[in-house]
Design a binder for this molecule. Structure first.
Ligand SMILES: [Zn+2]
Length: 480
């Protein structure tokens, strides 16, 4: 068996070895390989064929049939890891493992620990295809901090959503073609039948750094064959998860909801081609072409119903002479323009957000300097904060975590007092008046519980004042 950083093979045989743990080849494929990044974007029949190969013995066939070998997207050549994740894994499980999240093209940083991923350089995957490379703590000597931006978090959320996506029936090439036609039209990026490719290119390069795109083999240029153009033409092969992400993220006003889009695309009617009726005495072919062209342009933008009221004459002519074609195209655009109620997996979404909140709280817990961890502060870590706030009633776990872990005023006051004691000038900070000032607290603003905390500090002589009673100290301060 050849080790593979992407999908592996012989998964049935491997699953049999884990029979006692109840691991199926399907679970191995979707929970432990990068297959979930590829699977949703290839036609259904091909996906099923590839999956049966992965369960069997044909890794190479999958690379070709899934389009990965012909894809312009560059996969990392070496294994990668986050040194801090490795230390955590050793702490938790006694040994480290290769995280699939860190082997994904485009992911160059660990968003959890805010550091760059290290490359495992001592391996030579080409020469030692059968060898197992264990990850150990010795690999964790270098930690390179990285500034995490909203872009990193969005991409991270996107790939995590894909890795956890429920298996759905995949759209066909025709459905993807129709989706992208509609996407450009909805965004006002069409001029008649033409797509405004240059505008799309500048939207993409405004959103994503050209160097990052180039490093992935997805550079944007003005050539007719560039991928940002071909994705808006008739699809003849699959586009990678990152190509779909880059275009949709550039054109959408907020974070792209891949799950909703996949459901939407799968509902598009397949584009049918209907030949004009060639009846004796019928108008010349050029008339059909002209009216069809006009109607296509209008119906794409306005949808069937509105196009009919706005362009009654064209509608009437086509209805009289070219009814089958008219009804066919209208049914396509009726389906496309009726707002589709997207089926959102709230349960999964809730789990993803809850996990993220837990990570934010974990990171904040060890940072005594952080600002008050209110619910609003916790939510500022999400790029889609306004929508998330709106969805909270549908996200019970996330909502509960936010309520439970949001820092109250008294907790924050006690943290500020502790912070001053730990980091303030040791000669001054043990004086009550100085401690209060250093912590930004006043007698009036002190909550009853924080007051009790200071009283305890006075009684144990950790802090000194003229009296060991906080009340008397404050009364004296008032008199002076
Ligand atoms: Zn990490």
């Amino acid at each position: 068996m050849i080790a593979s950083m992407r999908f592996g093979s012989n998964l049935n045989a491997l699953a049999n070895c884990y029979g006692y743990a109840g691991l199926s080849s399907q679970t191995l494929m979707y929970k432990h390989t990068l297959w979930p990044l590829i699977a949703p974007f290839i036609p259904e029949e091909r996906k099923q064929r590839c999956e049966s190969w992965l369960q069997g013995q044909r890794d190479i066939g999958v690379t070709v049939a899934s389009g990965v070998s012909a894809s312009r997207l560059q996969y990392p050549k070496h294994l990668r890891y986050c040194p801090l994740c490795v230390l955590e894994q050793i702490d938790e499980f006694g040994e480290a493992y290769w995280q699939r999240l860190h082997q994904i093209p485009g992911i160059n940083v660990c968003s959890k620990h805010e550091c760059s991923l290290n490359i495992y350089t001592s391996d030579n995957l080409q020469r030692h295809q059968h060898e197992f490379f264990a990850l150990s703590a010795t690999a964790c000597s270098t930690i390179k901090p990285a500034a995490i931006q909203a872009f990193h978090r969005d991409l991270n959320d996107y790939v995590i959503t894909l890795l956890n996506l429920e298996v759905v029936k995949n759209p066909s090439y025709e459905q993807w073609s129709a989706y992208y036609q509609s996407l450009s039209a909805q965004n006002g990026l069409n001029r008649g039948q033409q797509v405004k490719h240059k505008e799309i290119e500048s939207l993409v390069t405004n959103q994503f750094a050209p160097d990052w795109l180039k490093s992935l083999g997805l550079a944007v240029n003005c050539e007719e064959t560039n991928w940002t153009r071909s994705i808006f033409r008739k699809h003849r092969k699959s586009f990678s998860f990152l190509e779909h992400y880059i275009i949709n993220q550039s054109l959408m006003p907020c974070s792209w909801d891949v799950e909703g889009t996949l459901n939407e695309v799968a509902r598009y009617n397949k584009v049918r081609s209907v030949k004009p009726q060639q009846l004796a005495g019928a108008p010349p072919k050029s008339m059909y072409q002209k009216y069809r062209q006009d109607w296509r342009r209008i119906v794409k933008v306005k949808g069937a119903k509105q196009a009919r009221s706005a362009n009654g004459a064209t509608y009437a002519w086509l209805y009289r002479h070219d009814k089958a074609w008219l009804l066919s195209i209208n049914s396509d655009y009726r389906a496309m323009n009726t707002p589709i109620k997207q089926k959102v997996n709230w349960c999964l979404r809730d789990k993803v957000y809850a996990k993220r909140i837990t990570k934010i709280i974990d990171a904040a817990d060890i940072d005594i300097q952080s600002p008050q961890r209110t619910k609003t502060w916790l939510l500022t870590h999400f790029s889609n904060k306004p929508s998330l706030e709106k969805w909270l009633p549908k996200l019970p776990i996330t909502n509960k975590l936010l309520q439970k872990y949001a820092e109250t005023t008294y907790e924050y006051q006690i943290r500020r007092i502790t912070r001053s004691l730990l980091y303030g000038d040791p000669k001054k900070v043990r004086q009550l008046w100085f401690l209060m000032r250093k912590s930004g607290l006043s007698k009036e603003r002190l909550t009853p519980i924080a007051r009790q905390f200071i009283q305890l500090l006075l009684e144990r002589s950790i802090v000194q004042g003229p009296s060991t009673s906080i009340e008397e100290n404050h009364n004296n301060a008032d008199k002076n």
